[in-house]
Design a protein around this ligand. Structure first.
Ligand SMILES: CC(C)(COP(=O)(O)OP(=O)(O)OC[C@H]1O[C@@H](n2cnc3c(N)ncnc32)[C@H](O)[C@@H]1OP(=O)(O)O)[C@@H](O)C(=O)NCCC(=O)NCCS
Length: 218
């Protein structure tokens, strides 16, 4: 069991799943999300579950490595090793950070979202930096929206105050996803990375939450 939850966060207990269509029914009605309305929603039961290293590590790695090799979604050059995923999941567990996985009825991983420490100094304790990835064959079906919506609920349940996404300025899909869920542009760091023979500008997008109700020092 890699994930230990002190409470029920985002309404998910250990091993519990939620059906994206019902969990996001209200959101769907309000925002017109394609989850529950598209062919994916109708023909597949897409669920958001808590990921496990042993079950989902390989598929998470495949999605990350596809993004590393083919895009600037990750400022990373070389595909990661399987062993690196063990450390990745262990760090999530140690920080009590979620790894939310969208899976189909057969249990295949369609995408995942997660967050972790933004900066390690103590006074950043109410802030997290997140990521969301959808398998290349399943993009544009509302899965990214479901994963990020779920992650926002999770962050609220864990009493975080700020979600931060660092997004390459050329990543129109991710910027659109974040904007549609209320994230605002906080600023851009020019030439923060260098990949594929060019400088990369990194935009930061932020979402303030109404939690915690009583923030404290220390
Ligand atoms: C970014 C990503 C997670 C979006 O996931 P997705 O499942 O394809 O997105 P969705 O279908 O849920 O769409 C969410 C919103 O973004 C918009 N969007 C999605 N893809 C888009 C595109 N290529 N261009 C413009 N808008 C797009 C949709 O219109 C939708 O808005 P709406 O709900 O208001 O209609 C996915 O494209 C991905 O995994 N990309 C590669 C990895 C990556 O870039 N991750 C983010 C790193 S910062």
């Amino acid at each position: 069991m890699w994930w230990s939850s002190p409470t029920s966060v985002h309404g998910l207990q250990k091993d519990e799943t939620c059906d994206a269509r019902s969990r996001f029914a209200n959101d769907t009605a309000r925002r017109g999300s394609r989850i529950g309305q598209s062919s994916v929603g109708k023909s597949h039961s897409v669920k958001i579950i808590n990921g496990r290293a042993e079950t989902h590590g390989g598929a998470v790695l495949d999605i990350l490595n596809e993004a590393i090799v083919n895009s600037t979604a990750l400022y990373d050059y070389k595909p990661r090793s399987a062993a690196s995923m063990d450390a990745w999941f262990q760090a999530k567990e140690a920080g009590r950070f979620p790894v939310l996985c969208a899976v189909d009825a057969a249990g295949n991983l369609l995408g995942f979202s997660s967050y972790g420490t933004f900066r390690s100094w103590p006074a950043y304790k109410y802030s997290v930096e997140h990521s969301v990835y959808v398998h290349k064959d399943h993009r544009g079906k509302g899965i990214g929206r479901a994963l990020l919506s779920s992650l926002i609920e999770y962050a609220r349940s864990q009493q975080y105050h700020l979600l931060i996404g660092g997004i390459d300025v050329a990543n129109a899909a991710s910027i659109a996803l974040h904007r549609t869920l209320g994230f605002t542009h906080a600023g851009t760091i020019q030439q923060a990375g260098f990949k594929f023979g060019r400088w990369l500008d990194l935009g930061f997008y932020q979402l303030l939450l109404d939690t915690p109700s009583h923030p404290e020092d220390g």
